[in-house]
Design a protein around this ligand. Structure first.
Ligand code: PGA
Length: 254
């Protein structure tokens, strides 16, 4: 099975934006990718906060940019105040959903099991989960990186065995998120290779699974990271909020 030839670059807007700001950002992105000289060879998605999905869906209609969500409920439907289900996201044209971002693991107490269930809900609704894994600085310093990311992935593999080739993985070292401190291309590649090997043990289609890097990826460092053999795209936070920066990252993934 050959590698998925198209990289994926997804913008994680986190809890940022407004009707006006989203409109300006999407218009600038669409104007950028519409330029005749812009050669877009990767898949692209933006993940706005849930209340803005409908707005951004309309703004993106007919464009080459897909819509993503930042989370989804582990429950299917019912008395779960505040939750948003996979089916609801699907209703709004959502193609990808970030699952298990470290900010949710840290602040909302999401465990490996919650993440695995959410992945299952996404897949059942026809949404591609972007499953985030990554170690903290302390875990890295203690030499635990491989153990941590494998533990996080194995919960997802365990519950989603036969569908595992349908997911996207994002390796996001916690110490690199929003800190301006990026993993070196070699550090990132070595963890991506570990994850690829783990996927290979679970599915014969592991080469098809896109493993994104996230954590202070920006216009200046994207090309070098994306050139690594097992880095199949990026999950971009801060730099996804500035159209010129995000466009440069898209261009770097050619
Ligand atoms: P960052 O965030 O690019 O701002 O570091 C990445 C992420 O959290 O997905």
């Amino acid at each position: 099975m050959s590698r998925n030839p198209r990289k994926l670059v997804a913008g994680n807007w986190k809890m940022n934006g407004s009707l006006a700001a989203n409109q300006a950002l999407v218009q600038d992105l669409l104007a950028g990718i519409g330029q005749p000289e812009f050669d877009m060879t990767c898949d692209v998605a933006v993940c706005p906060p849930a209340p803005y999905l409908a707005q951004v869906r309309q703004l993106l209609a007919g464009s080459a940019i897909d819509l993503g969500a930042q989370d989804l409920s582990q429950h299917e439907s019912g008395a779960f105040t505040g939750d948003v289900s996979a089916a609801m996201l699907k209703d709004f044209g959502v193609r990808y959903a970030i699952v298990g971002h470290s900010e949710r693991r840290q602040h909302q107490g999401e465990t490996d099991v919650h993440v695995a269930i959410k992945v299952k809900r996404a897949l059942a609704a026809g949404i591609t989960p972007i499953v985030c894994v990554g170690e903290t600085l302390r875990e890295r310093e203690e030499g635990m990186t491989e153990f941590i990311v494998k533990r996080q992935m194995s919960a997802v593999i365990h519950l989603n065995g036969h569908c595992i080739s349908e997911i996207v993985v994002a390796y996001e070292p916690v110490w690199a998120i929003g800190t301006g401190r990026t993993a070196t291309p070699e550090q990132a590649q070595s963890v991506h290779a570990v994850l690829r090997a783990q996927l290979k043990a679970a599915t014969e289609h592991a080469e098809r699974v896109r493993i994104l890097y996230g954590g202070s990826m920006n216009a200046a460092n994207a090309a070098e990271l994306l050139a690594q053999p097992d880095i199949d795209g990026g999950l971009i936070g801060g730099a996804a909020l500035k159209a010129p920066d995000f466009l440069k990252i898209l261009a770097a993934s050619a």
